[in-house]
Design a protein around this ligand. Structure first.
Ligand code: FAD
Length: 288
């Protein structure tokens, strides 16, 4: 973890593009509430398919215009060919967007292929070739390893490919066992991967949803957490309070050990991220 201590920590909130009038209204209030915490940036996920693609851009501009805070689009390989990516990058450059999160994405069921780029490292390489150093490129990292990884060692080598292709920093998949993150970072140090690896943080507010997500993305929910979540049953207040306690403690430990930032997967809700942020005293941090 030694090498991570040299980076100034960055704190950010991830949102997704809303689709219904209710979810649009909900994101509007969420972004304003979270903006008051003065994050380093917001980011907006990228959905596969034509209409959702444009929504990433629109949501990014909306958040930036309404909050005055940098907002970062995610971009993925799914369904994209070089010309699609080229015109998307040009639009971002034209709108003074200088940071992007670059991913492979997951194939929606029923779709056949990713498009021109099979893995995120190929897309990073293409973006660097096309736009030089214009963008600060973030990529994903997996302390508990990507669910499709052939082995732990191969997964870390594949992570290194993304950095070697020109990524500047990484955000991890969420995890609740900080040791998985510490070990991952140590493995990276041994391979001379020298970029900030920011911890992705998933607040716990809904047991069923968390279990479903975690099965999909390969994040482990420790037994001691899951057992207690099941005990709470439908008591949403108890789940919320327990979740805020557990995740605050996780974040506190990570920061004490030199993690260079936290990236909250907000699910377009502010309450849990807001409280964890305040518990950690991040609203009073120096941002200069
Ligand atoms: P890759 O780095 O390409 O890795 C995917 C798998 O392929 C891994 O098993 C890896 O070991 C292997 N691999 C990598 N490179 C190679 C190679 N060159 N040759 C052979 N094997 C290789 N998804 C979205 O659709 N939209 C989003 O906005 C989005 N945002 C995310 C934000 C964060 C912070 C994280 C952690 C994930 C996000 N995801 C998003 C999910 C992500 O798209 C999935 O986890 C996806 O399955 C992998 O994406 P990746 O960029 O890590 O892929």
């Amino acid at each position: 973890m030694q090498s991570q201590k040299q980076y100034r920590p960055k704190f950010s909130f991830e949102c997704y593009s809303p689709k219904t009038p209710d979810s649009i209204a909900s994101l509007q209030s969420t972004q304003l509430e979270l903006a008051e915490l003065n994050p380093d940036f917001f980011s907006v996920t990228y959905g596969a398919g034509g209409s959702t693609r444009n929504m990433t851009f629109e949501t990014v501009m909306d958040i930036r215009n309404k909050t005055g805070i940098e907002c970062v689009p995610h971009i993925s390989c799914v369904g994209n060919w070089d010309n699609d990516i080229r015109s998307m990058l040009q639009k971002y450059i034209d709108h003074d967007i200088t940071r992007i999160v670059v991913l492979r994405g997951d194939l929606p069921s029923g779709t056949v292929g990713y498009g021109q780029f099979q893995h995120a490292n190929e897309l990073v390489e293409f973006i660097r070739k096309e736009t030089g150093d214009h963008f600060h490129i973030e990529v994903a990292a997996y302390p508990e390893f990507h669910p499709q990884a052939k082995s732990a060692a191969v997964d870390i080598e594949n992570f290194k490919r993304k950095i070697d292709s020109g990524a500047n920093s990484a955000i991890t998949q969420y995890f609740y066992n900080p040791f998985s993150y510490y070990r991952f970072v140590e493995c990276c140090e041994k391979l001379n991967i020298n970029v900030p690896i920011v911890a992705g943080i998933m607040p716990i507010t809904n047991c069923t949803q968390l279990v479903r997500f975690s099965e999909g993305c390969g994040a482990e929910i420790p037994r001691w957490i899951l057992k207690q979540l099941y005990d709470f049953g439908d008591d949403r207040d108890a789940i919320f309070k327990f979740g805020v306690d557990v995740v605050t403690e996780l974040c506190d430990q990570l920061l004490s050990n030199g993690t260079p930032g936290l990236h909250f997967f907000t699910m377009n809700r502010s309450a849990a991220s807001n409280l964890i942020w305040k518990n950690l005293g991040l609203d009073e941090r120096q941002t200069a």
